[in-house]
Design a binder for this molecule. Structure first.
Ligand code: M6R
Length: 590
């Protein structure tokens, strides 16, 4: 989604804004822009495309206050005119989010004489703030009023023409952080943009922040309030490529260490993993990969905890009839903690008195703050749009929730699983070193790929297929293997890649029959299989073996080849792996 950076200090703001925007590129964008005060006037530069296009326009000014934005188009196509910052009258601002009532506001503002150049909801919000400014020049009062009039989600950083030394920031629904540093004060939509200057930051909530060169103040209902400062505690390398060609590859390679740290931490603090057996109904609600982690999680909890679990896509769950009660548990899974549909589902669950448990990466994010309880997955900054390490740690978290139940029910088995957890990190490391490139070259030649599996292998396949689609743009379908015969097998032609996952010992033989059916129709078969299964060479052209450990651990291992295959296919096709087209890292709009 869009990215915001603002700077107010003593240094030249232009390189700070541009570098900040570059640190936010991973969020996804299609245009960018900056605005700054210089010689008592505001200058705005914006351009469609990459930040390098914007840089070509810049002049040799040395302003010390300014704002910047990367836009991911929602209202109106990617274009220079729709790009931010927007300026109307005395107000210049950047905006993340969506103003839902912008059409109504636009009509009212037109009656007051405002004319609009762009198709954006942001220009309407800018005009609204300017219209309030025409009636009253008290900035806090204007912004409080604007908060009451705007519906939807927003994070704004604002410059007023008559206030050349101050930035104003406010938010609802879209994140914003504010930070003091020796180099000057900063405001941003995300942590990587400030890490070069400081690790300490404030998370803006309902307050309005007033950011001057030397100070940051927060106001709620026009009263000054004090806020607690947060500190980014992860290794700073987590926000850099650290010598890797792509963030995605670096994040895949971080997994052995992250898994080890995660297990050390949670086995020493097992109380932080709740016993979920007391609830009448359990729902897991999430989007995208986090939803796939939920499907795997439900399988593990049902199998090892003997409790029924429903898994729901957040954008569906929030609108369908619900059966939530005070005895329900709703588990919200989100890397960013800011996904709009997952937040809405969390709020719906709370309105219905259900207990909410967030499985979240970003510390202090909305889902982390609003859930009754949170388990942090501690993945550090995940920059690549295609999630890898966060997904793996989400799966591991579900594995731990199931383990906690297993420990109560079957202490001997839980002891065996415990031993498997001890070697998980090393086994992940070994899987990183397989030669995926050769197989990836074969897959990269095709336009359609099929993933098949049954039960947990189907859920893992869903994630493998999503990874491939996101970054290689190869169309791929995932089927519960038994469904192939009900239609899709008609699509298998000579050479069509079929990637089959065979780790579920209870059902793999059935999947083998389905693989044979595809091979009989000419498919190229790649099998990702648990090491100890009895598999004949006639069912595969290539095979990747997964160590034979408990299901609670093997599912984590199986993710690794799927991630690396997607990566190397995209690499072979020379795509922009960390910034896939049309995608945003965190989907903060509906
Ligand atoms: O931040 P979240 O975990 O809530 O994001 C959910 C999905 O948008 C996310 O997993 C998405 O599917 C990823 N790009 C997949 O790689």
């Amino acid at each position: 989604m869009c990215g915001i950076i603002g700077y107010n200090g003593k240094k030249n703001a232009i390189p700070i804004l541009i570098e900040g925007l570059k640190k936010l590129e991973y969020r996804g964008y299609d245009s960018s822009g900056i605005a700054y005060f210089i010689d008592n006037q505001i200058k705005i530069f914006k351009e469609k495309g990459r930040i390098s296009e914007l840089e070509k326009l810049l002049v040799d000014d040395k302003p010390t206050i300014g704002i910047g934005h990367t836009r991911w188009a929602t209202h109106g196509k990617p274009s220079k005119i729709n790009a931010h910052p927007h300026r109307v009258g005395n107000v210049t601002l950047v905006h993340n989010g969506i103003i839902e009532n912008y059409n109504v506001l636009k009509e009212e503002l037109k009656k007051k004489g405002y004319q609009f150049q762009s198709e954006t909801d942001t220009e309407v919000a800018t005009a609204l703030i300017d219209s309030l400014y025409q009636e009253n020049d008290n900035k806090l009062e204007i912004l409080e009023k604007a908060k009451n009039l705007l519906k939807g989600s927003y994070a704004f950083v604002i410059m007023f023409d008559d206030c050349k030394d101050t930035l104003y920031a406010l938010r609802e629904g879209s994140p914003l952080i504010v930070a003091k540093s020796k180099e000057g004060n900063l405001v941003s939509s995300d942590i990587p943009a400030i890490l070069e200057y400081t690790r300490d930051y404030y998370l803006l909530e309902q307050e309005i922040a007033i950011i001057t060169k030397n100070d940051i103040k927060f106001y709620l209902n026009r009263e000054e309030v004090k806020k607690d400062m947060l500190t980014f505690t992860h290794d700073i390398k987590t926000a850099s490529k650290d010598g890797y060609q792509h963030f995605m590859l670096k994040e895949i390679h971080e997994q052995p260490t992250l898994i080890k740290n995660y297990l050390d931490y949670y086995f020493n603090n097992l109380d932080l993993i709740p016993d979920i057996s007391k609830y009448e109904k359990i729902y897991i609600v999430a989007c995208g990969s986090a939803y796939h982690a939920g499907l795997i999680g439900a399988y593990l909890i049902e199998k090892y905890g003997n409790i029924e679990v429903k898994v729901e896509i957040a954008s569906e769950f929030r609108y369908k009839k619900n059966f939530l009660t005070a005895n329900s548990l709703v588990i919200l899974v989100s890397q960013s903690g800011e996904t709009a549909d997952t937040i809405a589902s969390l709020r719906l669950a709370k309105e219905n008195k259900a207990y909410t448990l967030g499985i979240v990466n970003v510390v202090g994010s909305t889902i982390a703050r609003e859930s009754n309880q949170v388990i942090y997955i501690n993945a550090g900054c995940e920059i690549a749009v295609a999630t890898t390490k966060a997904f793996t740690l989400q799966v591991l978290t579900f594995s731990m929730l199931a383990y906690k139940l297993l420990k109560k029910n079957d202490s001997q088995l839980s002891q065996e699983v415990f031993s498997d957890y001890q070697i998980l990190s090393d086994e992940v490391n070994k899987l990183l070193n397989f030669n995926y490139q050769e197989i990836a070259k074969k897959i990269a030649k095709h336009h359609d790929v099929f993933f098949i599996g049954r039960l947990i292998d189907y859920y893992l396949a869903l994630e493998g297929s999503l990874k491939l689609k996101e970054i290689s743009y190869i169309h791929s379908e995932t089927y519960a293997a038994g469904e192939l015969k009900h239609g899709t097998i008609s699509l298998i032609e000579e050479g069509t890649p079929v990637i089959s996952i065979l780790t579920d010992i209870t059902i793999y033989e059935k999947t083998i029959s389905n693989i044979k059916e595809t091979k009989a129709r000419g498919a190229y078969s790649l099998v990702i299989a648990r090491d100890n299964l009895n598999i004949n060479q006639d069912i595969y052209d290539d095979v990747i073996k997964i160590p034979n450990l408990s299901d609670l651990v093997t599912c984590v291992l199986t993710v690794i080849p799927l991630q690396l295959l997607a990566y190397y296919v995209a690499l072979e096709l020379k795509y922009d792996i960390d910034k896939p087209r049309n995608l945003a890292k965190s989907v903060t709009v509906e």
